[in-house]
Design a protein around this ligand. Structure first.
Ligand code: ZN
Length: 309
């Protein structure tokens, strides 16, 4: 008989030793069950159930956790065990956390004036799991909520503490917003032509496209096709915030075309930390494919031999 190979996971064993250990002992709700908190909750949730108002209201059952929360000033009665468990996971690279679900059980309604006490226990730690977010462990805590020593409800709260998976740029590239004022520009781009607007009265070139001339106010225009030559006028390197369609760090450049107008675009062809003001660049058109079909965008490639050093 063959035996399946079991990958040993010493961390799981260490984590499992925390099962059954208290996470909070003899916790006391910071406020008694009260009508203002009930009202705020119902307003936030849009819950108009008449049982939660009127002369003898009950608290919405799903508020159970609210009566045990520590608020900004922290928890009462919290033990070190839960923090130790999280620290072990942090040290193992599982530095991210997401709340995955909660389960509640209600034994009787809570009413204004009820004073809540609670105890929490680390109920279970899962085996190592790989999810879409990354690989880690599910940790479930169980909080028993009591009034006058009698259990009125139980709240189970589960988190995934995980090492984030390497993010893939899976999202499609955002599409430009095309309207009457710029449709000609994007039509040109689709045909691999970069068109600059030109005032037919005073001859001023302009970009981005506008309905009229900023220099003379004339609404009439035609276009000239850019030669494609340009230089990096300015740039930023984007590290943060992350956006799913882009893989940081990347350069967003302000490119000055040979014709004199400037446009924002990506600067390509050299590592992000080799881009410099004044670098000569050359227009090229890049096609991105997604579910909506091809998307053509103008980008600027550093002219060969000019990006190093
Ligand atoms: Zn003009």
């Amino acid at each position: 008989m063959s035996t399946a190979e079991v990958v040993p996971d010493p961390l799981a064993e260490r984590l499992r030793a925390y099962e059954g250990r208290p996470a909070a002992v003899a916790g006391v709700g910071k406020d008694p069950v009260n009508e203002p908190m009930i009202r705020h909750w119902c307003e936030a949730m849009g819950d108009t159930n008449p049982a939660y108002g009127g002369p003898e209201p009950i608290a919405p059952p799903t508020m159970l956790q609210a009566w045990t929360m520590g608020g900004l000033s922290g928890h009462q009665g919290r033990t070190g065990a839960y923090d130790e468990l999280l620290a072990l996971l942090d040290a193992a690279g599982c530095t991210s956390v997401v709340a995955t679900d909660c389960e509640q059980e209600y034994l009787r309604p809570l009413r204004p004036g009820d004073r809540v006490t609670f105890d929490s226990v680390i109920e279970s730690v899962s085996d190592r799991k790989t999810t879409g977010l990354g690989t880690g462990y599910f940790v479930t805590t169980r909080t028993d909520v009591r009034v006058d020593g009698t259990r009125v409800g139980t709240h189970r709260f589960r988190i995934l503490k995980y090492a984030p998976a390497r993010r893939k740029p899976a999202a499609p590239r955002p599409r430009p917003v095309v309207g009457r004022d710029n449709a000609g520009f994007w039509q040109g781009v689709a045909e691999h032509r970069l068109l600059i607007q030109r005032c037919t009265d005073c001859g001023t070139l302009r970009h981005p496209w506008l309905p009229g001339c900023n220099a003379c106010g004339c609404p009439d225009w035609d276009t000239v096709e850019a030669s494609g030559a340009g230089t990096v006028y300015s740039y930023v390197v984007m590290h943060h915030p992350p956006f799913p369609a882009f893989d940081p760090p990347y350069v967003v450049g302000l490119v000055e075309l040979a014709e004199g107008v400037r446009m924002v675009s990506n600067v390509t062809g050299v590592p992000y930390d080799k881009v410099r003001i004044g670098l000569p660049v050359r227009l090229e058109f890049r096609t991105y494919e997604d579910a909506e079909g091809p998307l053509v965008l103008p980008v600027f490639r550093v002219v060969e031999g000019r990006g190093a050093g």
